[in-house]
Ligand binder design. Structure first.
Ligand code: UD1
Ligand code: MG
Length: 505
């Protein structure tokens, strides 16, 4: 991965989505930077109307690789050792509060009227007004932000004792973003919004990603002076920078070299583009840890998904959050797995699996559907067009084709033939089917629950079974066929004669 910062001591970036970005404490962070101790809080802005998304869903909750967009920003804060995270909500506030449940420690404040980013930060003053230390101010729509970037932002603020440090980035065409205006000595002077900028200012390529580290009291005192005297009639957070430099306060800029990390999401086009970058990061991390991904472009893996060494993820595969896969597995093509745990050497071909546990050496598919509550013991085989729901199959059991196993327990080594159905529902309630070990359930049997079939029992093919079958017994429930010798030959002779007759007429 390309290095994020221009400074010579740069380290590779690790993402919030990257399990290697282990959380550190604020005190560790200070020791690392060699600066004086100073606790860190963060304010994440997520109260805006998100008009450009054209969505009934609030922007902070739009999903990205398994998490709501703003949760990625919260995670980056936690991984960087931020002690308090305050999210400013406003537009669709209750929905946003209820949707960002990933981190129960997060605090919320409400910005009643959306009067600009400066006004939004002010909404956090009642809870952080007395904070002594650093306050990060972050936009909730920058989900690619890494914990490493935040650590560096905080370190720079601690090392320099600056009143404010802002990240900046370069783009050939930063249309829409605020521009960083520097003075004759090359120091940051102020930020000007696109709508208020002169044509010379619009030509500036250095832009403001809206990610800042403030010394707390400098933030509150400069915010108090912000006025809505601009094209949008809003209280701009960006004005604090100019207000600070005019007073002779220290404002530092930290340039990122990879502008992609600080892309904001304002439209659904940007949402898709940013999600693609995040997916790429997640897959890179897995590949570098020893997982093969045959075609990254057609593979979709959420944050927190774990895959063991030497497993292969084949094309058109979707691994959703909460999935853990062991070593030496082959998953896909065309697998869809959510919130499930798979052991080692598991093979899943063209199947979907939800909320299930598969032990080592299980084989699934093609075209199987494992629904929630499925537990498959070591070496179980589930073949084509088999549906399993809320059932436990012990080691070595086999259901090779065309079956429905619901609310059942199947003992070790039992073979379930093609077309077997557990009739678990009587129209009112669900009932269980319990089958012992090493039993043989012949093809096309219907097992009417509640039902118990003992160890080693044998069910003859085509039998509807409505009574319990003891251990080692055989159950057969079908009519004997009636055999009429010569009947078929006579039938064909009769039919052929009729056909000839019709042709003659
Ligand atoms: C802002 C910056 C701009 C920067 C850009 C980077 C200001 C004035 N401008 O512009 O310099 O280049 O981000 O992406 O800060 N919000 C509230 N309450 C409000 C208004 C906004 O909470 O009253 C929140 C939004 O939900 C969003 C964030 O603040 O998460 C930024 O708001 P947005 O409207 O996206 O600002 P930009 O126009 O992108
Ligand atoms: Mg924005």
């Amino acid at each position: 991965m390309s290095e994020l910062f221009a400074s010579p001591d740069s380290k590779p970036v690790s993402s919030a989505a990257d399990p290697s970005s282990t959380p550190i404490t604020a005190s560790q962070l200070n020791i690392a930077s060699g600066a004086h101790s100073s606790p860190v809080a963060a304010i994440i802005l997520a109260a805006g109307k998100s008009t450009r998304m054209r969505s009934k869903t609030p922007k902070p909750l739009h999903p990205m690789c398994g998490l709501p967009m703003t949760s990625h920003v919260v995670r980056a804060c936690r991984a960087a050792g931020v002690e308090r995270v305050v999210i400013v909500i406003g537009h669709q506030a209750e929905q946003v509060r209820g949707g960002l449940t990933d981190d129960p420690e997060v605090e919320y404040v409400v910005q009643v009227e959306q009067r600009g980013t400066g006004d939004a930060v002010k909404a956090a003053q009642p809870v952080l007004g007395d904070w002594e230390g650093t306050i990060l101010v972050l936009a909730g729509d920058v989900p690619l932000l890494s914990s490493e970037a935040l650590r560096r932002l905080v370190s720079r603020q601690h090392e320099t004792n600056a009143h404010a440090v802002l990240l900046t980035a370069m783009l050939d065409d930063p249309t829409g973003y605020g521009r960083v205006v520097r003075d004759a000595n090359g120091r940051v002077a102020r930020i000007v919004e696109q709508k208020d900028a002169t044509s010379e200012e619009r030509a500036i390529k250095e832009w403001n990603p809206s990610l800042y580290a403030f010394e707390a009291q400098a933030l509150w005192s400069s915010l108090a002076k912000v006025q809505p005297l601009n094209a949008q009639g809003e209280y701009y957070l960006t004005d604090t920078i100019g207000l600070l430099t005019v007073q002779g306060a220290t404002v530092e800029a930290l340039a990122v070299t990879d502008a992609r990390e600080v892309f904001g999401v304002n439209t659904r086009v940007e949402l898709a583009a940013v999600a693609e970058i995040l997916r790429d990061r997640i897959q890179r991390h897995l590949m570098l840890s020893g997982v093969s991904i045959t075609d990254p472009a057609s593979t979709f893996i959420d944050v927190d998904v774990q895959v063991g060494q030497d497993s292969v993820i084949e094309p058109s595969t979707f691994l959703y959050r909460g999935t853990v896969i062991g070593e030496d597995c082959v998953i896909g093509p065309q697998a869809r797995i959510e919130r499930s745990t798979l052991g080692n050497r598991v093979r899943v071909l063209a199947s979907q699996i939800a909320e299930s546990v598969l032990e080592d050496d299980v084989k699934v598919g093609p075209f199987a559907n494992l629904r929630p509550g499925t537990r498959l013991g070591k070496g179980v085989k589930i073949g084509d067009f088999v549906e399993v729901k809320n059932s436990i199959l012990a080691a070595g059991a086999q259901v090779s084709h065309l079956a429905y196993i619901g609310d059942a327990e199947v003992g070790a080594g039992t073979n379930i033939g093609a077309g077997v159905i557990t009739c678990n529902y009587d129209g009112y309630e669900k009932h269980r089917t319990v089958i012992g070990s090493n039993a043989f359930i012949g093809s096309n049997s219907t097992l009417v629950a509640p039902l118990t079939i003992g160890d080693g029992a044998f069910i003859a093919a085509g039998s509807p079974v409505t009574e319990d079958v003891p251990t080692d017994a055989m159950a057969i429930a079908r009519q004997r066929p009636t055999i009429k010798s010569g009947w078929a030959a006579a039938y064909h002779t009769r039919q052929r004669a009729r056909k000839t007759e019709r042709r003659v007429l």
